[in-house]
Design a protein around this ligand. Structure first.
Ligand SMILES: Nc1ncnc2c1ncn2[C@@H]1O[C@H](COP(=O)(O)OP(=O)(O)OP(=O)(O)O)[C@@H](O)[C@H]1O
Length: 108
């Protein structure tokens, strides 16, 4: 194995979020306040998920919008519709709110 490849593998740190994990290399996209990574369920690695990591820093004014977004996601998830992205979990740490969802097959 080349040194570069070994260094790259070492950098692929698995970050755990509840029952899920992701690496920072697998970014799906980012918005104004969030970065979204492709991750997987730890107990079932074949199940891919999108982990949206929303920074709490500077979103005091927008936090109501985030709470509304999570509420809407919860309601849409309850519909169990194949064309709607379901939310699997939602949790927070002191610095971030994490929303774990299905990976959308549609381009944003
Ligand atoms: N469930 C998902 N599956 C796949 N990719 C996703 C998913 N959710 C978000 N993304 C990707 O991450 C990007 C950022 O998403 P996010 O919801 O943070 O922001 P946004 O709605 O695109 O923009 P803004 O922050 O301005 O509202 C999206 O544009 C998309 O490329």
């Amino acid at each position: 194995m080349s040194v570069v490849k070994a260094k790259t593998l070492m950098k692929m740190e698995l970050i755990q979020v509840g029952e899920y994990e992701y690496t920072k290399q697998d970014m799906l996209g980012h918005g104004a306040f969030a970065v979204v990574y492709k991750g997987r369920k730890r107990k079932n690695p074949s199940q891919s998920v999108a982990v949206k990591m929303v920074t709490k820093k500077g979103i005091q004014k927008a936090s109501e919008i985030l709470v509304k977004e999570i509420k809407i996601l919860r309601e849409l998830t309850a519909l169990h519709h194949p064309n709607l992205v379901a939310m699997h979990d939602c949790m927070d740490s002191p610095a971030y709110v994490y929303v774990v969802m299905e990976v959308s097959i549609f381009r944003f």
